[in-house]
Write a protein that binds this ligand. Structure first.
Ligand SMILES: C[C@H](CCC[C@H](C)C(=O)SCCNC(=O)CCNC(=O)[C@H](O)C(C)(C)COP(=O)(O)OP(=O)(O)OC[C@H]1O[C@@H](n2cnc3c(N)ncnc32)[C@H](O)[C@@H]1OP(=O)(O)O)[C@H]1CC[C@H]2[C@@H]3[C@H](O)C[C@@H]4C[C@H](O)CC[C@]4(C)[C@H]3C[C@H](O)[C@]12C
Length: 382
């Protein structure tokens, strides 16, 4: 796999850093998540393929163990508020001094500088600060955050993984590590570059929810079908729009022009009425094999059985029967091989990892009995 041989220490976080770690693990990196001790369960739902070491970082000996793990690894991924790592003496200067090849990734909401750097926040705040949230939502409604996809995952976890891969690539030439300051505000904004760079085209001149791609246009929206399901329509180009009209059993001559914005509300009413006359399945039969850009809105449970997804193996079931998306993109020679077994228990690999990182058996037992480290091998064997 592309990242085979790369050792990553991931400090346990909420959602973006775990996703970043999972991407790296899917593509072959060895990802060791450092968890807290004495917690009943992890909140990491993106733990596929990771190992877990549990350390009490409120104890200086726990911090010393973490330092040893970090300086012997390729990447450290930390999701804390600015200053937390420095307070423990594990800031980038400290670690890079000991391992100049280390890639030190800091994944935060607001970045390592600026007046918000130390403020708490979540996806919705970062999305708001990126400018993008102001554009999301239906006409005359308040801004609407699309789950926590944009800042946490696209602008945060994924961008950070991208930064890590870039830094690894650069290190292969320079031999030097570096610090990655991954701000979710900036990551989200960057993912949204199109919004800024397409403003001159007039794509966003109208209020929120009244433009071409923000649910303003009736040919770029979702519609309810007679069985209470939904259909997605993305027929922008005239030749595709024609096929949509044809599939709906309508006649262009009876309709206003596609790009007549003032007629969009009326056109939407017509589409709504027609789509409500058949089930989702019936519409799929009408539109499959055409270029009308019409697809079913599938639920998370339905994706696995859709013939297209099935043909590509886009989703898979792990050993617990849980459905997950296959890692993307697909590399021809060194594709990702997502781990199919269950997620690690907190501290499941404490003993084996510490041993591998050069700790003596007696030292390990001492750390465990002092409660500085915690091991749950037994639980894993049950
Ligand atoms: C699914 C939910 C997740 C939602 C995601 C949400 C929408 C997001 O947007 S996540 C993005 C959040 N932002 C960032 O990550 C940006 C960078 N980070 C920060 O800004 C901050 O870390 C922070 C604001 C997120 C949190 O600040 P906090 O003050 O808590 O922490 P820090 O200042 O960073 O300092 C960390 C301190 O911790 C110490 N530490 C670290 N490691 C250790 C260790 N090993 N040992 C000891 N101490 C350690 C460190 O030293 C720092 O200490 P100091 O402060 O003293 O310096 C999920 C969100 C909540 C979940 C639910 C919840 O957990 C309850 C249940 C738990 C149960 O187990 C499972 C079910 C739950 C209901 C659970 C369910 C879901 O997972 C959640 C809903």
């Amino acid at each position: 796999m592309a990242l085979a041989g790369v050792r990553v220490i991931e400090l346990a976080g909420l959602a973006p850093a775990p996703f970043c770690g999972m991407i790296l693990a899917d593509f072959g990196a060895r990802v060791i998540r450092v968890d807290r001790t004495k917690v009943p369960m992890t909140v990491d739902t993106q733990a596929r393929g990771k190992q877990s070491v549990a350390l009490n970082l409120k104890n200086p000996r726990g911090v010393a163990v973490l330092k040893r793990l970090c300086v012997q690894s390729d990447v450290v991924l930390e999701p804390y508020r600015k200053g937390v790592m420095e307070k423990m003496g594990l800031g980038p200067e400290d670690l890079l001094k000991e391992n100049p090849r280390l890639i030190y990734a800091r994944l935060t909401g607001y970045g390592q500088s600026g007046s918000y750097a130390k403020a708490a926040g979540h996806d919705i705040n970062y999305l708001a600060m990126s400018g993008l949230l102001s554009m999301l939502g239906r006409s005359s409604e308040k801004p609407y955050a699309p789950l926590n996809l944009v800042a946490d995952f696209a602008g945060g976890g994924l961008m950070c993984a991208f930064g890590i891969v870039l830094a690894l690539l650069e290190r292969s030439r320079s031999g030097q590590g570096q610090i990655i300051d991954a701000s979710m505000v900036e990551g989200a904004a960057y993912v949204g570059s199109f919004m800024w760079k397409s403003r001159s085209l007039g794509l966003w001149n109208r209020p929120r929810g009244e433009n071409l791609l923000d649910s303003g246009a009736p040919f770029y929206d979702t519609y309810r079908t007679s069985d209470g399901k939904y259909i997605a329509v993305g027929a922008i180009e005239p030749q595709f729009y024609q096929q949509l009209i044809q599939g709906l059993g309508l006649y262009e001559a009876d309709l206003p022009a596609q790009m007549s914005v003032s007629d969009w509300p009326q056109l939407r009413q017509t589409f709504t009425r027609v789509f409500a006359s058949k089930t989702q399945e019936e519409w799929i039969r009408v539109f499959d094999g055409t270029d009308a850009c019409v697809t079913p809105v599938l639920s998370l449970d339905e994706v696995l059985s859709h013939p297209h997804n099935q043909a590509r193996g886009s989703f898979f079931k792990d050993s617990q029967g849980e459905i997950s998306p296959r890692p993307a993109p697909v590399l021809s020679r060194s594709p990702a091989e997502p781990c199919h077994s269950r997620d690690p228990f907190i501290g499941e690999h404490t003993r084996s990892v510490l041993k591998e990182y050069g700790f003596e058996q007696a030292q390990i037992e001492q750390l465990l009995s002092a409660g500085i480290a915690e091991c749950n091998e037994a639980k894993a064997r049950l």
